[in-house]
Design a protein around this ligand. Structure first.
Ligand code: GRF
Length: 224
């Protein structure tokens, strides 16, 4: 008799908003060969549309509302308890809009990814599209990185660039960047689940080799 196949790595996604990246991950996880399973979606906002997307896909959801807690530490204690309850191998931040403390991040070191709408290390923080326009940058895009203590500062696994047009606005850039996000995040999550990427002290190992610069999504991979 054949032994049962090994269980797929368990993915927990944290969200705060619309959840288009969550949707891209849900869609990818439905592919027959996807090497992971989304076991839960958690939000700090009870009204996040992402929760509806998860429910539609019959994925377990939970809410830890930061407004119900007197301090960041208490909020994070409750959030961590929910995370532990689901025993994930990977925590995916997908538009999760709370800054996390050092202790929280350390506890999940090497097992937490984030997606950020800029070509890191440029433009950490908010309003990236407008800041790119204000600076007249010729290039813009999206990065997926391991989460470390430094805000948007962890080693970058992969990036995708968008084409810049002279008449771009913050809105048009946001749209283009999101299209790339939806391609890039499932690819990187897949790599993690396949055991291909690991976080070193301040670098990424890809297939056991030090990644000297982020992987790049080929330009011809566009959504339509
Ligand atoms: C994305 O643009 C991501 O880069 C940022 O938050 C946004 C989330 O969008 N971290 P959505 O909720 O996945 O639609």
């Amino acid at each position: 008799m054949n032994a049962d196949p090994a269980p797929l790595p368990r993915i927990l996604v944290l969200v705060s908003g619309n959840g288009t990246n969550l949707q891209a991950l849900i869609d990818a996880s439905r592919e027959r060969d996807f090497p992971g399973q989304i076991v839960a979606v958690g939000s700090n906002r009870p009204d996040a549309f992402a929760l509806e997307r998860a429910a539609q896909a019959h994925i377990d959801t939970f809410v830890v509302n930061h407004k119900d807690y007197g301090s960041r530490e208490e909020f994070e204690g409750a959030l961590m308890a929910e995370i532990r309850r689901h025993n994930p191998d990977l925590v995916v931040l997908a538009g999760f809009m709370r800054i996390l403390t050092t202790d929280f991040v350390r506890a999940l070191r090497g097992t937490m990814l984030n997606i950020h709408p800029s070509l890191l290390p440029k433009y950490t923080g908010l309003n990236t599209h407008q800041r790119v326009l204000d600076a007249g940058d010729p290039a813009h895009g999206v990065s997926v990185h391991f989460v470390t203590e430094e805000l948007d500062g962890g080693p970058v696994v992969a990036q995708a660039e968008v084409t810049m047009d002279p008449d771009d606005t913050a809105e048009s850039l946001a749209e283009k960047v999101q299209q790339k996000e939806h391609l890039l995040y499932p690819i990187v999550v897949r790599w993690f689940c396949e055991g291909r990427i690991h976080l070193g002290s301040d670098y990424v190992l890809f297939d056991g080799e030090l990644l000297s610069k982020p992987m790049r999504l080929p330009d011809d991979r566009v959504t339509h």
